[in-house]
Design a protein around this ligand. Structure first.
Ligand code: SAM
Length: 219
């Protein structure tokens, strides 16, 4: 990516240091999942954000999580650890191959039984569920972010969390002139962040680690 089109919020040496602290955290299957991401340039959240998701989920005692855009289950691995026995992570992804891969990896980690992985458009899968969630996590195509926020905000319990990855979008949200890489992604994320921070029912913050994670707690 063009450097002129990117701002790095946290110094890479600091992220490496933080990453090293987490080297021994988690199941060995994580290494396989990370290797596949690296070989196929698949955008998993990575360990820093994975551990962040797990700690946030434990802090609100999450037992029911919905993931919009689960890929092959890397972020779901961290949520599944957090919800514990009897907890549930409803995953959604449009690509059936991701579901097959998630089943293999999460079974190896003995966490598959905590997942309910559904193939389809995440917004449609969400509409087929009912009740409130402790956490709604958004990691779909960036142009869909405002729509997903509007769906999710109504279905988070009081004290629960909305979390979305890529809230800083390589810093482009903070640049006056940027070259768009995917149609309308930056504008969509800027609008999404504006809506989350202006919602009187939520308290919001962006953790600038990696590509920025927005986290908003429902009052
Ligand atoms: C950034 S990756 C998710 C990575 C995953 N959260 C992780 O960290 O392991 C985005 C995934 O969402 C899927 N996706 C994107 N937009 C979607 C949508 N609207 N509905 C369902 N799946 C979608 C893509 O197929 C891709 O696997």
């Amino acid at each position: 990516m063009d450097d002129a089109n990117t701002l790095i919020p946290v110094n890479p040496a600091i992220e490496n240091y933080m990453q090293k602290l987490l080297e021994k955290t988690g199941h060995p299957v994580l290494l396989e999942m990370e290797k596949l991401a690296s070989l196929s340039s698949f955008p998993i959240v990575g360990r820093l954000i994975g551990a962040f998701l797990e700690t946030q989920a434990k802090m609100v005692n999450a037992k029911r999580v919905f993931e919009f855009g689960s890929g092959y289950g890397y972020s779901a691995y961290w949520f599944a650890r957090a919800v514990g026995e009897g907890g549930r992570v409803i995953c959604s992804d449009s690509n059936p191959i991701n579901c097959e891969r998630a089943e293999k990896y999460l079974s190896d980690a003995d966490l598959w039984k905590r997942l309910d992985f559904r193939v389809g458009k995440a917004q449609d899968v969400f509409m087929q569920t009912d009740g409130l969630f402790d956490i709604c996590y958004n990691d779909v195509d960036k142009g869909d972010y405002p729509e997903v926020w509007q769906l999710a905000r109504q279905r988070i319990r009081s004290g629960g969390l909305y979390i979305a990855d890529n809230a800083l979008w390589h810093g482009r949200v903070a640049m006056e002139n940027f070259t768009e890489t995917a149609l309308g992604s930056t504008e969509a994320i800027v609008e999404h962040n504006r809506q989350v921070f202006n919602d009187p029912e939520f308290d919001a913050f962006i953790n600038p680690t990696r590509d920025g994670v927005i986290i908003a707690r429902k009052k």
